[in-house]
Structures are given as structure tokens and as C-alpha cells.
Design a protein around this ligand. Structure first.
Ligand SMILES: CC(C)(COP(=O)(O)OP(=O)(O)OC[C@H]1O[C@@H](n2cnc3c(N)ncnc32)[C@H](O)[C@@H]1OP(=O)(O)O)[C@@H](O)C(=O)NCCC(=O)NCCS
Length: 207
């Protein structure tokens, strides 16, 4: 295993390593399909074995014009990502990546602290505690919608589309399993959306 600077040629391998690592953690829904690029100075390292990325760490530094950390008023560094491929965990890879990142941080003056956020995984929390991190704040990532927005909806097939009703009135969109379902373009327009994915319904008749 070698610790190298991240290079673009490793992007797919980096993404697969992060995906698999996060899959078995409380970050399982946090999927990226391109490696994040940082405008601030950064330390981006990978652990490579047989040409595959088996571990990674990204540390981003505060810039005078772009302070990313907020737990202290001084300038610091931020661990954006640390992940080790599940087949290679608990063999010191995260420790080796972290040690090398810290060594490289030494060359930057005026950095007073490192900040990071994680969820409730035993491995990550024990890892950070072992490095001497102390818990400073707690908050919650909540996936869902504000209470009162969820309404029962009944749907039936129309002419090539879905007809939906709620409280006996036709509706163009409804919230289902914390995801809005829009039944036509007007429904989409009424939702402040980041992503719209078509869903196709198929039927096969028995002859
Ligand atoms: C957290 C993570 C990066 C640790 O990687 P790793 O290479 O397995 O860790 P290391 O082998 O270097 O372990 C170093 C120390 O971390 C702690 N640790 C690591 N895995 C642990 C586990 N499963 N349970 C408890 N402590 C653990 C231990 O203190 C360990 O020291 P020790 O070996 O002397 O006991 C890895 O579990 C991972 O990728 N998790 C999923 C992704 C994630 O949660 N990333 C953090 C997002 S903020």
C-alpha cells in the first residue's frame, strides 16, 4: 500500500472506494458521482494498492477570503472526507492517511485547528477520539418534510397518465415517502426541486 497525492486518473477508483465505504456507514445516502474540487488549498491523499484506491482523505484549508470552518474564529483546516474501502478497514490505513495529512499541514502557518463532522458510526467516532478530537457541537440531519405537509392521496390510471386525488379533490403532486411525486409538468413547477427523475410505468397483458 502506498500513500499518494490524488490525481485525476484515480477518480473512478476514488469514487468506488468512497461509495463502498459510505455504504456501510450512516452516510449511506451521501453519494457523489464526481470527486469534489476545492477552490481553497487542500491536501488530497489516496492509499493505493494494486492500482486501486483503498483509502482516501481530503483536508481543506481556510483561506482569508473563504473560511470554511466555523467552530473557532481563527483559521483552521477541515476534514472533508476520510474513507477506507470496507475490505481494507481496521488495518491502519485511515491512520496512515491522517498522519501524512497532518505532516503536510505542518508546512502551513496560522492554522489553529482541524474541524470535521461525522454521524454516529462507532468506527469514525472512535477514530477521531483516538486522534484527540473532542466533540464540540451536535445537530441532526433530518430527511423528511415538515409536519402537516403529508396528505393521503389516491391515484388511478387516466389516459396514459396518473390521476390523483387528495381530500376528494384532484391534485397535481403529492408527497410520497419523503419524495414528491409530480403527476405532470405543472406539478413539477410547483415544487422547488433540485432533481427531477422520470418514472416509467409498464404493463404486459396476458394473451
Ligand atoms: C472511519 C474509518 C475511515 C476508519 O478507517 P480504518 O482504516 O479502518 O481505521 P484504522 O485501521 O486506521 O484505525 C485507527 C483507529 O480508529 C479506531 N477504529 C477504526 N475502526 C474502528 C472500529 N470498527 N471500531 C472501533 N474503533 C475503530 C481505532 O481507535 C483504531 O485504532 P486501533 O487500531 O489502535 O484500535 C473507516 O471505518 C471508514 O471508512 N468508515 C466509513 C466512512 C466514514 O464513516 N468516514 C468518516 C466520515 S466523517
Amino acid at each position: 500500500m502506498k500513500i499518494l497525492n490524488y490525481e485525476k486518473q484515480f477518480e473512478q477508483s476514488w469514487l468506488r472506494c468512497r461509495l463502498l465505504s459510505y455504504f456501510y456507514s450512516a452516510f449511506y445516502e451521501d453519494v457523489v458521482r464526481e470527486k469534489p474540487v476545492f477552490s481553497n488549498r487542500s491536501i488530497e491523499l489516496i492509499a493505493v494498492q494494486d492500482d486501486e484506491v483503498i483509502g482516501l482523505i481530503d483536508v481543506v484549508l481556510d483561506d482569508p477570503e473563504n473560511k470554511l470552518t466555523f467552530l473557532r474564529k481563527e483559521h483552521g483546516a477541515f476534514i472533508a472526507t476520510i474513507a477506507v474501502h470496507p475490505d481494507h478497514q481496521q488495518s491502519g490505513i485511515a491512520q496512515a492517511l491522517y498522519n501524512e495529512a497532518i505532516k503536510r499541514l505542518d508546512q502551513y502557518e496560522n492554522l489553529s485547528f482541524i474541524e470535521l463532522y461525522t454521524r454516529d458510526d462507532e468506527a469514525a467516532n472512535r477514530f477521531y477520539e483516538k486522534q484527540g478530537f473532542v466533540q464540540s457541537v451536535k445537530y441532526y440531519d433530518v430527511f423528511g418534510v415538515e409536519k402537516g405537509l403529508r396528505k393521503p392521496v389516491s391515484v388511478k390510471p387516466g389516459e396514459g397518465r396518473v390521476l390523483a386525488e387528495s381530500d376528494g379533490k384532484p391534485v397535481r403532486f403529492a408527497l410520497v415517502d419523503s419524495i414528491y411525486e409530480a403527476y405532470d409538468e405543472h406539478g413539477i413547477d410547483q415544487i422547488d426541486h433540485d432533481r427531477v427523475v422520470p418514472v416509467y410505468g409498464y404493463v404486459k397483458e396476458f394473451s
